[in-house]
Design a protein around this ligand. Structure first.
Ligand SMILES: [Zn+2]
Length: 238
């Protein structure tokens, strides 16, 4: 078996490093999705709580006004009793005016009570939708957590598998290239490597020198002088 050129080994390592980045990115996406859905559930719960509070206040408004109504009615009953025992026409007349004014106020209050009751009905009608939102958000969160947990188990297996492949491929590096490789990967990860593309660095797109290009075409690797990426020629036979 022919000894693999540095370019072929680095190409393999670059591919494996990209796979690892992809797998780790997918692993990291899970908790972010869960956090987003948890936020939606919290918002739905908060909307439901606010609605319940609005309902409490609307009912209190009805109760307060009904209490006020009963007290006004009791006051009229008192005034009527006083009027029945009025000693002068003037007193009788004044009490009558007071009673008329209070009755007018009661009619206003009755309208207000009807309006407040309509408010209670309107809020009550909104409750099923608010409950539904909470239940749906909660169910979605549960199934998302399950799916992400299943996927994470698989992704972790894949990471372990690909990491092993990486270690095996790294064993093929010659000492001089190994040092360059570890240095770029340490600083930039997979982005520390790039192919040469039409005579340019595939990372920073700077034109490469003729000397560098012939080095690459011979199956060697080289550092891009402008971005420091470890370059290799992608189309060499394995
Ligand atoms: Zn470059």
């Amino acid at each position: 078996m022919a000894v693999a050129t540095a370019a072929v080994v680095i190409r393999t390592l670059h591919r494996i490093q990209r796979q690892l980045t992809d797998l780790r990115g997918r692993l990291a996406a899970g908790p972010r999705q869960i956090a987003a859905q948890t936020g939606r559930l919290t918002a739905a719960e908060s909307a439901r709580t606010q609605l319940a509070e609005s309902l409490r206040l609307a009912r209190k408004k009805v109760d307060d006004k009904q209490l006020q109504l009963r007290s006004s009615e009791a006051k009229i009953t008192d005034l009527e009793a006083k009027r029945n025992t009025a000693k002068t026409n003037r007193e009788y007349q004044l009490l009558g005016e007071q009673i008329d004014a209070d009755r007018a106020a009661i009619r206003v209050l009755e309208d207000e009570i009807l309006e407040a009751l309509e408010g209670v009905d309107a809020i009550t009608a909104e409750q099923p939708a608010a409950d539904k939102q909470v239940n749906e958000a909660s169910a979605t969160l549960d199934s998302l957590k399950q799916r992400i947990s299943d996927e994470a188990a698989q992704l972790e297996q894949d990471v372990a598998h690909v990491t092993k492949q990486l270690e095996q491929a790294e064993a093929d590096l010659t000492d001089d290239v190994r040092e360059l490789y570890h240095r770029v990967v340490k600083h930039k990860g997979e982005d520390g490597m790039a192919t040469s593309e039409s005579g340019c660095c595939g990372g920073c797109h700077q034109q490469l020198t003729g000397k560098l290009l012939s080095q690459l075409l011979a199956g060697n690797v080289a550092m891009c002088r402008s971005c420091g990426r470890l370059l290799y020629e992608p189309d060499l036979p394995s």
